[in-house]
Design a protein. Structure first.
Length: 259
């Protein structure tokens, strides 16, 4: 039996992470609060309006991200009683109210030493009119613990779930079976989704999230082993509802099969 093993949310894009026991998914929606905020860098300052806000979704290159600043991958934490509470093995801890401008400035100052010199500096904590996920389309990311276990066997080391920054982790399916689910519908508990595409991975996955230091070129490992750099899938919510860890995951027959 395939089940939902873990649920993760990332309130601040590329920075921090938190595990949830349950979540509500609405039709065409994402995990509530996921990538609600991001840190814009100076190279994208012209994307702010006169009030200093974002008016539209922007691609990941406009923000601080792990592929450009590996040390960010070691940041843990999420929302705690209305505050964004983060911690890093070198920078220590910080707790802020994202909507508070003074707190937002403190966060930028906290992040500066973790961001590489020579790259456009952290500029502003921003929220968008829509979640600032890597895809503009309303997708939820799904990864498989079975696929991770197989990849760890190939790599000869523990990789962990954290470096992949997925929303949902399933267990019980055959390794990499999820890559064959494109255009198929699945159910997680009472929620029905359709799998839209495989997730192509970037260099952020090369970083050990315990240290913030690169330890393994995962794009190269995937490509040399499987002939592609895909790990995980994106799915769109067709029918909403609440999901919880240990919910059963059901793959529905392909169109025209079993009719």
């Amino acid at each position: 039996m395939t089940r939902l093993a873990q649920i993760w949310r990332y309130p601040l894009k590329s920075i921090g992470r938190e595990r949830l026991s349950r979540a509500r998914l609405d039709q065409g929606g994402k995990i509530p609060g996921d990538r609600a905020w991001a840190v814009l860098h100076e190279g994208a300052a012209n994307r702010l309006n006169e009030a200093g806000r974002l008016e539209s979704w922007l691609p990941k290159m406009a923000f601080l991200r792990g592929a450009a600043g590996p040390s960010l991958q070691a940041i843990e934490g999420g929302m705690d009683g209305g505050k964004l509470a983060l911690r890093h093995p070198d920078a220590g801890e910080i707790a802020i109210e994202p909507a508070n401008e003074d707190d937002a400035t403190r966060l930028i100052d906290w992040l500066r030493p973790l961001w590489p010199e020579g790259k456009p500096a952290p500029l502003r904590l921003v929220a968008g009119p829509a979640p600032l996920t890597d895809t503009q389309k309303p997708f939820v990311s799904i990864n498989s613990l079975s696929s991770l276990s197989e990849l760890e066997r190939v790599a000869g080391q523990r990789l962990g779930v954290e470096r992949w920054r997925g929303n949902l982790w399933i267990e019980g399916a055959e390794p990499f079976a999820e890559l064959d689910w494109i255009d198929r519908e699945i159910s997680i508990g009472a929620v029905r989704l359709v799998v839209r595409q495989a997730i192509g991975r970037c260099t952020a996955t090369a970083v050990d999230t315990a240290t913030g230091q690169p330890d393994r070129d995962m794009v190269r490992t995937l490509t040399e082993t499987y002939g592609h750099s895909h790990f995980g899938i994106y799915a769109e919510v067709l029918e909403g509802g609440e999901i919880a860890e240990m919910d059963e995951v059901t793959l529905h027959p392909a169109a025209g099969v079993g009719a």
